[in-house]
Design a protein around this ligand. Structure first.
Ligand code: AP5
Length: 216
């Protein structure tokens, strides 16, 4: 099963992708996580990406397309995957389509998560992430058992790009560059709309319904 999770920053794509990845035993490929790991390791890609991410801009298409192409060659993707945060532009979507065509594969479903902007801002403001295992928490909606500490024992951090001024820019970039993908995938008959304005477990149920309807 090959899925794409599409939606604005903070809507809960990463939270849901992690749950589904565990349930279906398919990899969760999050381009944001890959870039943050590259930044932490100070690789050439990480150093290039840093200025874009810190400013709330998109990393150039060519850079991200190469990263995903290489990742999809790995053996764990053979039975499927969840792409979280990719594609984010029409150019990225077209590059993905070409890559899949070459390997005779196709995307099964695109899940588009929807939430009002004021709720997105609340979710982002309270987000805390684990730099070691990437687990995501929220200070109010999904707090860790021990304040400030992940269940893996690592101190939680607040992402630098979750500062209010950067969030505003990320939302603008989403509206102009990523939102056109909603229509793009709707026209291909691949889109399922998910109302993300509920508790995590209820949204998970909606995600499973959308995926199950497709695969049944
Ligand atoms: P990326 O890491 O992909 O960020 P994003 O798409 O902006 O998404 P977020 O991680 O902010 O949110 P999410 O939807 O995953 O929500 P989450 O589950 O964490 O990208 C970061 C940057 O990298 C980009 O700005 C760009 O620079 C670069 N980049 C990445 N991919 C790129 C690409 N393809 N092309 C170019 N550049 C790229 O949840 C948010 C919070 O809400 C959490 O605290 C969570 O606990 C809480 N929460 C989740 N669900 C619920 C719920 N149902 N109820 C209450 N709280 C909830």
């Amino acid at each position: 099963m090959r899925l794409i999770f599409l939606g604005p920053p903070g809507v809960g794509k990463g939270t849901q992708a992690a749950l589904l990845s565990e349930q279906y035993q398919i990899p969760h490929i999050a381009t944001g996580d890959i870039l943050r790991a590259a930044m932490a390791n100070k690789t050439p890609v990480g150093l290039e990406a840093k200025s874009y991410i810190d400013a709330g801009k998109l990393v150039p298409d060519d850079v991200i397309i190469n990263i995903v192409r290489e990742r999809l060659k790995e053996s764990d993707t053979k039975s499927g995957y969840i792409l979280d945060g990719f594609p984010r532009t029409i150019k990225q979507a077209e590059a993905l389509a070409k890559t899949l065509e070459q390997s005779g594969e196709k995307i099964d479903r695109v899940l588009y998560f929807e939430l009002a902007e004021e709720e997105l801002v609340k979710r982002i403001a309270g987000r805390r992430s684990c730099p070691a295992c990437q687990k995501i928490y929220h200070t109010i909606f999904n707090p860790p058992p021990q304040e400030g500490i992940c269940t893996c024992g690592t101190a939680l951090i607040q992402r630098k790009d979750d500062r209010p001024e950067t969030v505003k820019e990320r939302l603008t970039v989403y509206r102009t560059e990523t939102a056109p993908l909603i229509q793009y995938y709707k026209e291909q008959g691949l889109l399922s709309q998910i109302d993300a304005d509920s508790r995590v477990d209820e949204v998970t149920r909606r995600v499973q319904d959308a995926v199950f309807q497709k695969s049944s």
